[in-house]
Design a protein around this ligand. Sequence first.
Ligand code: HGY
Ligand code: MN
Ligand code: MN
Ligand code: MN
Length: 411
Amino acid sequence: MTGTTTTAQSVSTLMAEIAAIGTDAARGGYSRPVYSPAELELREWFIAAARRRSLEIETDRNGIIWAWWNPAELPLTDAVVTGSHLDSVPGGGAFDGPLGVASALSAIDILAAQDLAPTRPLALAVFPEEEGSRYGLACLGSQLLTGAVTPERAAALVDADGTSFAELAARNGLDPRHLGRDDERLSRLGCFVELHVEQGRGLVDLDTPVAIGSSILGHGRWRLSFLGQGNHAGTTLMTDRRDPMLAAAATVLEVRRLGRTVDGARATVGKLDPVPGGSNVIASRVDVWLDVRHDDDAVVAALVTDIAAAARERAAAEGCSVTLTEASMSPRVDFDPVLRGRLSTILPDAPILSTGAGHDAGVLKEEIPTAMLFVRNPTGVSHSPEEYVEDPDADAGGHALATVLADLITQ
Ligand code: HGY
Ligand code: MN
Ligand code: MN
Ligand code: MN
């Protein structure tokens, strides 16, 4: 037996422990924005579970939690890392993020019960603000770690309440002056394998519980701000208006039309914010958040250009103006072919699937070999309360992850 002092827990048991944390009665599903009470409660849950497993726990300068399983007391280099995120989208599902964290804990229990002779340390990592729901920038924690996002850019991000990330980070024990690329931390890492709920129907159609990831679509987020003339809904004649809501609404329809003209493209407006937002007020401004994805980054860029041109036309038609601001752009990611090949050898029955969802594994790929495992979601729905994983599949995912980790830490 190597290194644990707790009874082994299955993934489904661990997931049941957090099922009540961050439920959103108004929207349905879960709302666990980064550093919200719900996400902080999940962090505490993770830390307590890691402590019960005698893991060495530390939170780094960017708020990433690292829990080390290193029974052979090896030097902290060339580590095998697994984990995911605990924050969610508003009204999201139970599994997007937490399944990868629970699977990592359960995998440790499986490894600890085996007579392994690790030659590499193992770390569980929990990355903050993967969804970018609070600050609009996806994978903020892992992007700070690698330097893909500068501390200046992160510190200046402001949430809907006007709280900057610097302020929020300081409130949660971080020093905003020390955010950013962490070469010492990165020097310890050897490879990263993230387990995640599948956010689609691939495994349902293939009738199998676990897949290996091949690639992540290129994906970005932009804000279109339509500017018009705010005014009174009752005293302003229809002919006297410069209503940005109309320009925004027409552009949303254009996003769908243009998105449909490109094979394999995903173009979405999921958030629209009129200012000031009174029901008896003609808006002065309407912000529209655009999400565009495709497995060819050039196609993403071309589609955004076309959408921006359509937005300018629709704005001009309403006597309004529009500005386009890029919030984030993550290029297409192909996971490390050698590591992916190794996972295929270890899990020969696991099919290979690409994903349209971004992940911290996509960010870390710039620094170390990364791979992903996906677990069957019978609804095929994600970023919504209907997201689901059946217990046997959750447990199968935990065992598959443990099999992969056992191989990698003893290589
Ligand atoms: O939006 C995404 O692709 C991921 O869920 N953060
Ligand atoms: Mn996720
Ligand atoms: Mn997500
Ligand atoms: Mn992720």
